[in-house]
Design a protein around this ligand. Structure first.
Ligand SMILES: NC(=O)c1ccc[n+]([C@@H]2O[C@H](COP(=O)([O-])OP(=O)(O)OC[C@H]3O[C@@H](n4cnc5c(N)ncnc54)[C@H](OP(=O)(O)O)[C@@H]3O)[C@@H](O)[C@H]2O)c1
Length: 307
């Protein structure tokens, strides 16, 4: 167990769901001085026993969990279980604040707990947890999407400040699309990298080339992420308006990896739309757009977008 640090000192909490996110956030909270009181799992399985032992907290079954008198109950359960778990937990005394960790759901999924007197909210870490990440340095700089009652949001902000993260409210109505955008930014980027790697393989190029694409992507993402807007970091032949080169490369792609052509065309068009938000397209970019629209079946050339 961690030596107490003052940032979350005095905060007593329980965590339900000792999985990847539950274990990580519980360790981060404990490392910042909060006191873990109970760990609850669906069964009294190894994950519950292991996490409770590491944190020095009681192991409890979710069906019997009572957290009345605690400051916080953190629900780190699969999204589809939240409504049922909230209904069941609301039948027993629960903590002053209950937060779930889902990105796509708002605080309203915890309505039964709100009706029973807890302040409810959401605390979504915008981070991939391929496994539990107990090192509290993992939280530094992570963005958390909050939602919920003022008391719940206020406690969530205190947690995030204690972890060295960043937070903002993402209201319930926006969360599904917010989550979709997160999937595009992370999973979508990885899918594109995997497609680039596949193209290199189809060309018979060595594995170093795929690793080179990964390094190139890291650099481009770092530059785009550091810019005031990612669109200021747009790069590549489409962004430069190299129409002849782009069309020749698409033709080559048709022979090598035809199933990727529609995506490459749409990505090109989206790059041009992002450019157009910064200022009117020049003649070369307009020519490129006409050529790409001609290759996108069923699409009409979009009208210029208002900035
Ligand atoms: N993983 C990520 O990258 C990530 C990132 C941000 C937010 N989130 C969110 O964090 C929350 C937890 O996700 P996770 O990735 O930590 O999931 P996880 O690793 O699968 O852990 C889920 C936990 O919930 C328990 N559980 C599963 N089904 C249950 C049920 N029907 N009733 C009660 N408990 C059940 C599991 O226990 P068993 O061992 O018994 O199955 C496990 O302890 C979700 O809302 C997710 O959207 C995840």
């Amino acid at each position: 167990v961690y030596a107490s640090a003052p940032r979350l000192a005095g905060l007593r909490f329980a965590v339900a769901g000792p999985g990847r996110v539950g274990a990580s956030l519980a360790h981060w909270a404990a490392a910042a001085g909060a006191q873990p009181v109970a760990v609850a799992g669906r069964t009294s399985g190894a994950a519950t026993a292991d996490l409770s032992a590491r944190l020095g907290a009681a192991a409890v079954s979710l069906a019997a969990l009572e957290t009345g008198g605690l400051d916080l109950l953190l629900l780190a359960l699969p999204d589809g279980c939240l409504a049922g778990a909230a209904r069941s937990l609301a039948g027993r005394p629960q903590a002053r604040v209950v937060l779930h960790c889902s990105g796509s759901r708002g605080a309203d999924v915890l309505a039964p707990l709100a009706a029973a007197g807890s302040a409810v909210g959401a605390l979504h870490p915008l981070k991939a947890f391929p496994s539990a990440l107990p090192d509290p340095r993992e939280a530094c700089g992570v963005f958390f999407a909050l939602d919920g009652d003022p008391e719940a949001v206020s406690l969530a902000r205190r947690l995030v400040a204690g972890w060295g993260g960043e937070a903002a409210v993402v209201p319930a109505a926006a969360r599904s699309a917010y989550h979709l955008a997160a999937s595009l930014a992370a999973g979508g980027t990885v899918t594109l990298l995997a497609a680039a790697d596949e193209l290199a393989r189809r060309l018979g190029l060595p594995a170093e080339v795929g690793r080179g694409y990964a390094a190139l992507a890291r650099g481009a993402l770092a530059a785009a992420g550091a810019a005031p807007s990612p669109a200021l970091g747009l790069t590549g032949p489409v962004a430069r308006g190299e129409t002849g080169l782009v069309l020749a490369q698409l033709e080559e792609l048709r022979g090598l990896y035809p199933e990727l052509v529609p995506l490459a065309v749409e990505l090109g068009l989206e790059t041009l739309r992002r450019l157009e938000r910064q200022g009117p397209l020049g003649p070369e970019h307009q020519r490129l757009r006409r050529a790409l629209v001609a290759q996108a079946p069923g699409r009409a050339e979009p009208p210029p977008q208002p900035r």
